[in-house]
Design a protein around this ligand. Structure first.
Ligand code: BTN
Length: 244
């Protein structure tokens, strides 16, 4: 297999089928892999999503995981960096009559349906972060609770390798910006690409459901909401649905 060209600073580790690219990257990190190691697989047999969910991973979609230097505290910020890079990679690819927006914490939505997700995992033994990105290029799971879509549904025909090259090309400058200037520019750009302020949201937390309006992204990456009774809430976990 000949992999795509990646920008300086990213080193490709190409695999065919793996359990999870995050697991591969975690193992490499433990063995001393450098920041910028990028594991790409054609298929995952046990892809993982947030909140203990599985991530459907048939051949044809994009699955990658990056080894990064980060503190544990800043780990969640990297998912916003990846979401920005992916939205740039989709710019000019997705036709204008389709809409790409970002949704907290790490979703990229195409026409209101989930196209991609990010999973950041801390590797304590290596003191490194693994950032996993999955994009539904050609196949999406049928899940009534979390409706998903694909690039193909929007008429985009692209292979996983070409999408990886586009993503990596956009990721590298956002990553440099984050390292140089911190979260502030990432937060500002993310908020511009997110759904509008005031959008009605329902957030499912482990032990409660919060309904209210979107009031922005906190300086630490938390979701800021105003609930119906006027309370301001800052949420750091949860599953968000746009309720219109
Ligand atoms: C989510 O639930 O939204 C996060 C999905 C993350 C999926 C990607 S696919 C590549 C990497 N390997 C995994 O097992 N998960 C992430």
């Amino acid at each position: 297999m000949t992999g795509p060209e990646l920008p300086d600073g990213l080193t490709l580790v190409e695999r065919d089928a793996v359990e999870s690219t995050n697991d591969e990257a975690r193992a490499l990190a433990r063995e001393g892999a450098e920041e910028g190691t990028l594991v790409w697989a054609r298929e995952q047999r046990a892809g993982r999503g947030r909140l203990g969910r599985t991530w459907s991973s048939p051949r044809g979609n994009l699955y990658l995981s990056l080894v990064m230097d980060s503190s544990l505290e800043a780990a969640a910020q990297t998912t916003f960096v990846a979401a920005l890079a992916l939205s740039d990679a989709l710019d000019g690819l997705v036709p204008n009559d389709h809409t790409v927006i970002l949704k907290w914490p790490n979703d990229v939505l195409l026409d209101g349906r989930k196209l991609a997700g990010m999973l950041a995992e801390w590797v304590p033994e290596a003191e490194k972060l693994v950032l996993g990105v999955g994009v539904n290029v050609a196949a999406a799971p049928a899940d009534a609770q979390h409706p998903a879509t694909t690039l193909r549904d929007a008429g985009v025909e692209i292979g996983a390798a070409d999408l990886l090259a586009r993503f990596a090309g956009e990721f590298e400058p956002w990553w440099r910006t984050w390292k140089r200037a911190g979260f502030a520019p990432i937060r500002a750009a993310w908020m511009q690409r997110c759904h509008p302020m005031g959008e009605r949201l329902q957030v499912n937390l482990p032990d409660e459901t919060v309904v209210g309006t979107y009031q922005g992204l906190g300086e630490d990456g938390a979701l800021v909401m105003e609930t119906w009774d006027g309370d301001k809430r800052r949420l750091t976990v949860g599953d968000v649905a746009l309720i219109g």
